[in-house]
Ligand binder design. Structure first.
Ligand code: DLZ
Length: 176
């Protein structure tokens, strides 16, 4: 997927509670993604930021789910998955993507998708927001999550009712 055509966003996220869930594989790339997410949240004025580290990208949906249940206004998910010689890549990517998408759609809480799914490490480094990288996917994911919360609140300002519905739905999903 080309990074061309990315929007220029200016976002005011003051007062929002944002949880960053990050996997631990591929440290150098992940450090770049985390730094990008922190910069984006700082640029948006978000002060209430919690970071949760999980082992791999497969564990991102459950961490994001708990973050939503704990009251996050937005979640930023960060992972680095690099293709190997077995179908494992496809299962981890699919589980992370499906889990994060379903969580976001069912609860109404935006989840920024900063999970790199790459053929090799060079592709990942080029998207990590490091010196010499062409793209900054951690920054983009965090900015997108905050921008979506702000856009939805502005367009659908029924925050309290929507919020109660969201928590009730999430409790149902968890069987509480
Ligand atoms: C097992 C595994 C492999 C082979 N590769 C990656 C990877 O490139 N990126 C990543 O985030 N996680 C990887 N994992 C770990 C799985 O996501 C998961 O943590 C384990 O299967 C344990 O549930």
């Amino acid at each position: 997927m080309s990074g061309a055509g990315a929007p220029t966003l200016t976002v005011d996220g003051r007062g929002l509670r944002v949880v960053v869930v990050a996997a631990s594989w591929h440290t150098q790339v992940m450090d770049g993604l985390l730094d990008g997410a922190r910069r984006a949240l700082g640029d948006a004025g978000v002060e209430k930021v919690t970071e949760v580290r999980v082992p791999g990208s497969f564990e991102l949906p459950v961490a994001a789910s708990r973050a939503v249940a704990a009251g996050a206004d937005a979640v930023v998910s960060l992972g680095v998955v690099i293709r190997g010689g077995t179908p494992h890549f496809d299962y981890v990517c699919s589980a992370a993507t499906t889990g994060l998408t379903e969580l976001s759609v069912r609860t109404g809480v935006p989840v920024g998708f900063g999970v790199l799914t790459c053929d090799d490490e060079a592709q990942a480094l080029d998207r990590a927001g490091l010196p010499g990288s062409g793209e900054d996917k951690g920054y983009e994911a965090a900015q997108a999550a905050v921008a979506t919360v702000v856009a939805l609140r502005a367009a659908l300002p029924d925050g309290d009712v929507a919020g109660r519905g969201r928590y009730e739905l999430h409790r149902q999903l968890r069987g509480l």
